[in-house]
Structure formats: structure tokens, C-alpha cells
Design a protein around this ligand. Structure first.
Ligand code: NAP
Length: 337
């Protein structure tokens, strides 16, 4: 085992897209686990759009990452030493590891996972937080009925790809919105959506009218901005919009653009409901069991985009999310198990 641990810390609060000078690369001696603690060697890190929000000052659903702190991130890793009775060396665990090679963590925040059931990166994607987000946002808030039309943006991504597949499992039509022809082909051919609109190729509004002639019953919003406005304009009566995220706005230095077409909610007696996946923490087991069965049956496919380069590669790899360069769940390999 090495004696030092390498980390990426937040050095400055970014304006717009994070740049190299917003990060500090540090190294420090490896600690030993105290009572109740576990030392974890990080195998894969989860790179999530929400991390951009955690870098900002101000009130949110979690406190901002402090300047000088190791960047907050989920990860999956291998226990190397344990001071907690529930964990032993060799166990695989998911937790808030942060962007570093080793993490000394409170055992209370860790969940064991089994790499013989699914490869470790899947526990950061479909069988992890993004899969839970898709499941609960769609089924608890979107509540699609068989035959209804579900539209999801970010359709080739970690959350969106699962949303459309679950919509199909529940008998609804799934229409994706994604950037570029290759992603749209993936969404239809690999994920089995009924259609996918390339928002970079033309008018989303025109394509929505073509693919959703009876209106949108559920719009699962991952991106906000103009795509949200286009979907609002095409809502069916009593439509539901699970408000999951607004990635098109996360790097705006001029403040967020709100929806212009929101009167469509009134006209159509529709609703738009924000949610956080953590609200469903006590029901994660329920969703994980059902999704694991769908995976085994081949009804749910999972795609992980595994980037290499270790923690040093984090600053640039993170930006792939905002450049649309990931297909499926973006993870950074630190040290394969
Ligand atoms: N509420 C919650 O609890 C919760 C939990 C997890 C995630 N989320 C949110 O869910 C959304 C998706 O997250 P994810 O982890 O699944 O990420 P992801 O979709 O795997 O990756 C991000 C994708 O967003 C798209 N994108 C980037 N900039 C865009 C822009 N300006 N306009 C339109 N699309 C853009 C890109 O795809 P294209 O190439 O198609 O543009 C990119 O590949 C995010 O908004 C995230 O914050 C919310």
C-alpha cells in the first residue's frame, strides 16, 4: 500500500465552466481507520452534473464544498482496513469518497455491493444514485400510464436512459431528446425508445409535435432551458413534469433562465414537481431489487462510460458532462478492483 494519498481540492469558486485554476492537486500521508472508520481504496468515481452546483456559494439542498476541501463525490471502492464491525478488508463499498485515491470514512455512510452480481461501475449508475433518480422521479412523480407518452431529455445519459427504458417497461411510449445523431441512434437502437429527437439538428418543437401528436403526458426534465420551454408548449391535459435537473443552466454566469411557457401548466392543469433522489433513501432497496430483476431479464440495459487517468484526470473528465461527451453513466477509473 502506498504511503501517500492524492486528492483534488476545490481552490476557487468557478464562474461559468470550471477551469484548471479552480482545482488544487494535493497529496498527504494515508491515515489509519479509528473506531467505526473504514479505509477505502477508491476504484471508480462517480462524475455527476450536480457537482457543479456544490461548487457554488449559497443555500442549496447540501452545503457547498468548502474552499480547500477535497471535492465531494460518490465512489465505489475496496476496503483495505477497517475499524468497523460490519466491514472487512476486501469488501466492496459505495459511499461519499470524494475525489481522491483513498478515503477514510465513517462506516455508517457505506453500503456493501457485490461485484459478482454487476461490475462495480454499475453501482454508480443504473444500480446506484442515477438509477434511483430515474425510478422514483418517473414512477412516483411522473406516474406514466400504459399508452401514455413520456418524453425525457438527456436521454443518452445516466438518468435519462433509464427513465425511457422504465417508461417502456410500464407500457408507455418513450421519446428521448439528446444531442447528436449517434446518441439518438443509441437511444432508439440500444435502449429501445420509440423515437429520439436530436436537439442539435433542428426545431425540438416541430419534432415534438411530430412524435407526440396527442401531447406529452410526462416530461422528465434533465436539462431545463429552451428544451423545457418546447416541452411545456406540447403538454397533454393533466401532464406531470418531474423536475430532475437543469444541466443547460448549471454553468450560466448570468443566472438561470426560467421557463417562458409556464402558463401551459395552468391551461393543461399540469404540474411540475421538483424532487431529490435522497428523499427516497428509505426505499432504495425496493427499486434496486426491481431494477436488478429487469437487468437480469435483459429488459433494462446499462451503459457506463469509463474514463481513465486517475484523480489527476478529474478536472477535464468532469467537463465531458457539459460538452455532451459521455454516453451513459460517466465514471472515472482510479484503480480497477
Ligand atoms: N434530482 C435529483 O436527485 C438528481 C439526481 C441525479 C441527477 N440529477 C440531474 O439529472 C440530470 C442528468 O444527470 P446525469 O447524471 O444523468 O447526467 P448525464 O445525462 O449522464 O450527462 C449529462 C448530459 O447532459 C447533456 N447536456 C449537457 N449540456 C447540455 C445542454 N446545454 N443542453 C442540453 N443537454 C445538455 C449532455 O447530453 P447531450 O449530448 O444529449 O447534450 C450530457 O451528456 C442532471 O440535470 C442532473 O443534475 C438530479
Amino acid at each position: 500500500m502506498p504511503e501517500t494519498n492524492h486528492q483534488i481540492r476545490l481552490a476557487a469558486r468557478p464562474v461559468g465552466l470550471p477551469k484548471d485554476s479552480d482545482w488544487e492537486h494535493t497529496e498527504e500521508p494515508l491515515g489509519e481507520p479509528g473506531d467505526g472508520e473504514v479505509l477505502v481504496r477508491v476504484n471508480y468515481l462517480s462524475l455527476d452534473p450536480a457537482m457543479r452546483g456544490w461548487m457554488n456559494e449559497g443555500r442549496s439542498y447540501v452545503p457547498p464544498v468548502g474552499l480547500g476541501d477535497v471535492m465531494r463525490a460518490g465512489g465505489v471502492g475496496t476496503v483495505v482496513a477497517s475499524g468497523h464491525g460490519d466491514f472487512a478488508a476486501g469488501d466492496h463499498v459505495v459511499g461519499q469518497t470524494g475525489i481522491q485515491e483513498y478515503a477514510l470514512l465513517d462506516g455508517a455512510g457505506l453500503t456493501k455491493v457485490d461485484p459478482s452480481l454487476a461490475p462495480l461501475p454499475v453501482y454508480l449508475g443504473t444500480l446506484g444514485m442515477p438509477g434511483q433518480t430515474a425510478y422514483w422521479g418517473l414512477l412516483d412523480i411522473g406516474r406514466p400510464e400504459a399508452g401514455q407518452t413520456v418524453v425525457v431529455s438527456g436521454a443518452a445519459g445516466a438518468v435519462g436512459g433509464v427513465v425511457g427504458q422504465i417508461a417502456r417497461i410500464k407500457g408507455a411510449r418513450a421519446v428521448g431528446i439528446a444531442g447528436g445523431e449517434a446518441k439518438c441512434r443509441h437511444v432508439v437502437d440500444e435502449l429501445g425508445f420509440d423515437a429520439c429527437i436530436d436537439y442539435k439538428a433542428g426545431s425540438v418543437a416541430t419534432e415534438l409535435r411530430r412524435h407526440c401528436p396527442d401531447g406529452i403526458d410526462v416530461y422528465f426534465d434533465n436539462v431545463g432551458g429552451e428544451i423545457l420551454d418546447a416541452c411545456l408548449a406540447q403538454l397533454a391535459m393533466r401532464a406531470r413534469i418531474p423536475l430532475c435537473g437543469a444541466i443547460s443552466q448549471y454553468n450560466s454566469s448570468e443566472g438561470m433562465q426560467g421557463p417562458r411557457n409556464y402558463m401551459s401548466l395552468l391551461v393543461n392543469r399540469a404540474s411540475m414537481t421538483g424532487f431529490l433522489v435522497f428523499d427516497y433513501a428509505d426505499r432504495y432497496g425496493e427499486a434496486a431489487r426491481e431494477m436488478a430483476v429487469w437487468l437480469q431479464e435483459g429488459r433494462l440495459k446499462t451503459f457506463e462510460d469509463v474514463a481513465s487517468g486517475g484523480v489527476q484526470a478529474f478536472p477535464d473528465t468532469f467537463l465531458r458532462l457539459f460538452r455532451g461527451e459521455n454516453l451513459g453513466k460517466l465514471v472515472l477509473e482510479v484503480a480497477p478492483a
